[in-house]
Design a protein around this ligand. Structure first.
Ligand SMILES: Nc1ncnc2c1ncn2[C@@H]1O[C@H](COP(=O)(O)OP(=O)(O)OP(=O)(O)O)[C@@H](O)[C@H]1O
Length: 276
């Protein structure tokens, strides 16, 4: 494990970089809630980094700071070597909730991003069909979201994000609502698509196995308040990976044991506080 202190390398080589970022929320009738203490880390270009931590520790808050949705109380967020100002326009987001529009077909949902950006309808439709094929939904182009399964809607969501070729991907429990088997299938699909051009990914999950199966590095967050990164583990499993098969690998188990031994103490703290 490497020490989780200052981010490595100059800002220009990092896709995402946080320097001493602190995040606090005003609470009505109280002093502020210090959610995240001074935190520094970097995600290199082409790197897939996950953040794991106990529930409520601040994983989404950190991701939202990179997205520009939460303004840090201190420190600096940089994206592709430039300090972040306002919303992060270079990012594609995938959240737990579906972002599909219920009144549009799968094809129209995927084409929408290009149409809004001013691309002619015929061109947007052609690319959308191509992306639906890549996510395994070629035959479902004319279905509305309520006619799709949860996993299929997630595939539409992935196509919606990737068709715009964002420079970085920010994902917050994107496969959260799916059953375990579908999550693994979606994880493998994500890795296959990611391998084509390896964008930097910051992926938030409470599922340590998912984090190890997908990532190049797994960061561990401590329990809040004043949460911080307390572990930074390199995942030296070979790629390409099948996110189901990789779980049978001996090295996967070694990594799981090492990371869980650090994470467990934080999870126990959180449950201890909740039941106190
Ligand atoms: N807008 C807000 N105002 C006040 N407190 C907030 C706000 N957003 C988040 N928090 C608090 O900050 C802490 C971190 O929340 P966050 O959603 O980032 O946790 P998380 O690690 O993503 O949790 P989970 O795994 O359960 O989704 C929590 O204690 C939460 O109550």
């Amino acid at each position: 494990m490497s020490a989780p202190d200052a981010p490595p390398g100059p800002a220009a080589t990092s896709a995402i970089r946080l320097d001493d970022v602190r995040i606090a929320f005003p609470i009505k009738g109280q002093s502020t809630y210090e959610a995240v203490a001074s935190t520094s880390f970097a995600v290199a270009e082409s790197e897939f980094v996950s953040i794991v931590g106990p529930t409520g520790c601040g994983k989404s808050t950190l991701l939202n700071a990179v997205a520009g949705l939460v303004k840090p109380a201190g420190g600096r967020v940089s994206v592709l070597g430039r300090p972040l100002v306002g919303l992060c326009r270079e990012a594609g987001y995938l959240f737990q909730q579906d972002a599909v529009m219920p009144w549009k077909t799968a094809l129209d949902n995927v084409a929408l991003g290009l149409e809004v950006a001013g691309r002619p309808r015929a061109e947007a439709e052609r690319e959308a069909r191509d992306w639906l094929t890549r996510v395994g939904l070629a035959r479902f182009a004319d279905r509305y979201p309520h006619q799709l399964s949860g996993g299929q809607r997630k595939r539409v969501g992935l196509a919606q994000v990737l068709i715009r070729h964002p420079k970085i991907l920010l994902m917050d429990e994107p496969f959260g609502p799916l059953d375990a088997q579908t999550r693994q299938i979606m994880g493998t699909l994500l890795l296959d698509l990611w391998a084509a051009d390896r964008k930097a990914v910051l992926f938030v999950t409470h599922d340590l196995e998912e984090a190890i199966a997908l990532s190049d590095r797994v960061l561990i967050m401590s329990a809040g308040p004043n949460a911080r990164i307390i572990g930074d583990h390199r995942i030296d499993l070979a790629r390409p990976r099948d996110t189901a098969d990789i779980r049978l690998d001996r090295r996967f188990h070694e990594l799981h044991r090492a990371i869980w031994s650090e994470l467990k103490a934080e999870v126990v703290k959180t449950y201890g506080e909740a039941s106190a």
